[in-house]
Design a protein around this ligand. Structure first.
Ligand SMILES: Cc1cc2nc3c(=O)[nH]c(=O)nc-3n(C[C@H](O)[C@H](O)[C@H](O)COP(=O)(O)OP(=O)(O)OC[C@H]3O[C@@H](n4cnc5c(N)ncnc54)[C@H](O)[C@@H]3O)c2cc1C
Length: 470
């Protein structure tokens, strides 16, 4: 499996090994918080806040798919199989290469479109469920090939998990993906540049601080332990969790004795887990497959998008027939065609359908399939995991920090927000983007906006400029 590397790398959690808490579905909270409701903190109150809650979003039910224990790349291939040449599937979870990414989702849309082209007669009516990058890409391909295409989208906008917000922010902020991972096969950075979208190189070299605010050198102990555990797991008869691999391989047996800075060897494994494994997958080490979790140590060519990721969809969506605010809740097919039922009770018929809804929506059985999906599809939906990564964007009137580092991380505690991106050196604006993942994200997803903000501000205290901290 190719890895997703939009930030740091992979790892797993230790004192944080509890499974993600159950989350009660609730409406997506308002992205804004009124300043009057904010709880005082050493960190100044922000001027503007935008918070995501992807796990409770009914049209996503999580952030992106990950390799759960026991899941294999074959499960993704099984999910990508067409059913009776009528019902096709696309979306990041079905991607053979780079699942969980924008480029993986787009490739899956192209593949599904080509599968349809192979079996459909010219001019057939094709319905696509979901106007994310997979759905829009497939639709563009099929329209250009002369098919009669309609895209049905539950939200009142296109883009899905690509969720760019402009509004009052000094530059467009990204509530979904921010990063483009440069690989030999991925030219998204060139494409975005050609579209006039600003993106900047984003070397993944973090500044690491202790809770007390001391800047420390990253230790290699964390990546070494994870690499050792994954290497051990590769030689086992069956897949185990990353957590189990760390324990049973002995790699987790690190000293807990603090040094002069108050950090132990075990803290560096925790750090690797919190800032890499959990952020990359949205899952705990106890949930992640040791066979298909990849340790990332290479010098990756990442870029951060600061000029609007959603521009990627704009030209492809031009002229497409898209029905917004239309939730599909049933997909039926027989040998004559497909019939879709909307939440409003209306029905639509077509010759074929491409379903691009997120894995989390399929797991939640929000769409009824008739006849029921084949066992291989249901097995894949159950086996693959849907991880959770949430973001908080904070705009300040002036920086309270004095570091010019772009990537901030915290060692020595199970910080809810262990990773921050400092947009100041990138944009000149005192804006920070925090990330929270896995069980921490699930737990905080239940908080009100003001409590969520308080947790984020508390996590930022190590970055207070020394004069302010005193
Ligand atoms: C917080 C976060 C950070 C991320 N960071 C990165 C990153 O830095 N780099 C990267 O490459 N990737 C990143 N990703 C992953 C990336 O965003 C996704 O892999 C990609 O956007 C998925 O595209 P998609 O078309 O498969 O799915 P989606 O974009 O989710 O599209 C599916 C569409 O189906 C619609 N839908 C759902 N249910 C129904 C229904 N019942 N009826 C009709 N429509 C429905 C949804 O509203 C949605 O528009 C991130 C994701 C998140 C959430």
């Amino acid at each position: 499996m190719k890895r997703r590397t939009f930030l740091l790398g992979t790892a797993s959690g230790f004192s944080v090994l509890a499974l993600a808490a159950c989350v009660t579905p609730q409406p997506v909270p308002s992205p804004s918080v009124a300043p009057s409701t904010l709880t005082p903190s050493l960190v100044p109150q922000p001027l503007a806040v935008s918070r995501t809650n992807w796990s409770t979003d009914p049209f996503s039910r999580g952030s992106f798919s990950y390799a759960a224990v026991g899941a294999t790349p074959e499960h993704r291939a099984a999910l990508a199989q067409a059913v009776d040449a009528r019902v096709f599937f696309a979306g990041e979870a079905t991607a053979a290469d780079e699942p969980g990414t924008v480029q993986g989702a787009r490739a899956s849309g192209l593949l599904a479109a080509s599968q349809v082209q192979d079996v459909a007669a010219p001019g057939e009516r094709i319905t696509i469920v979901g106007a994310g990058i997979a759905g829009i890409t497939a639709a563009r391909q099929l329209v250009d090939d002369g098919f009669n295409v309609v895209v049905i989208e539950a939200r009142d906008r296109i883009g899905g998990r690509i969720d760019t917000v402009s509004g009052d922010w000094p530059f467009p902020i990204e509530r979904g993906p921010s990063f483009v991972h440069g690989t030999a096969e991925n030219f998204l950075d060139d494409e975005l540049t050609a579209l006039g979208v600003r993106l900047l190189p984003f070397p993944r070299t973090p500044e690491v601080r202790t809770r007390a605010g001391a800047v420390v050198e990253v230790s290699p102990l964390g990546p070494q332990a994870v690499a050792g555990a994954l290497g051990w797991a590769a030689n086992q008869q069956q897949d185990v969790s990353v957590e189990r691999a760390l324990i049973d391989s002995g790699e987790a047996s690190l000293s807990k004795t603090p040094n002069a800075e108050g950090l132990s060897d075990a803290d560096w494994l925790e750090y690797e887990i919190a800032t890499k494994l959990k952020i990359e997958s949205g899952a705990t080490p106890s949930q992640q497959s040791a066979w298909y979790t990849t340790d990332i140590a290479s010098t990756d060519d990442d870029h951060i998008v600061i000029g609007g990721y959603s521009t990627l969809l704009t030209s492809d969506a031009e002229g497409l027939e898209v029905l917004l605010s239309s939730v599909v809740n049933r997909v039926a097919h027989d040998d004559r065609g497909v019939s879709l039922r909307l939440g409003t009770g209306e029905s639509l018929s077509a010759d074929r359908v491409i379903v691009t809804v997120p894995l989390g929506v399929l797991k939640n059985a929000a769409i009824e399939f008739s006849p029921a999906l084949p066992f291989t599809h249901r097995g894949a939906i159950a086996a693959l995991g849907m991880g959770v990564v949430d973001k908080i964007w904070l705009q300040f009137d002036e920086p309270f920090w004095d570091t010019a580092a772009r990537l901030w991380t915290i060692v020595g505690e199970d910080a809810d927000f262990p990773v921050w991106v400092n947009m100041m050196p990138l944009t000149g604006e005192p804006i920070l983007m925090g990330m929270i993942a896995a069980e921490n994200a699930a737990r905080l997803s239940e908080l009100q906006d003001d409590e969520f903000l308080s947790a984020a501000l508390a996590a930022l205290e190590p970055f207070l400029a020394v004069a302010d901290a005193g």
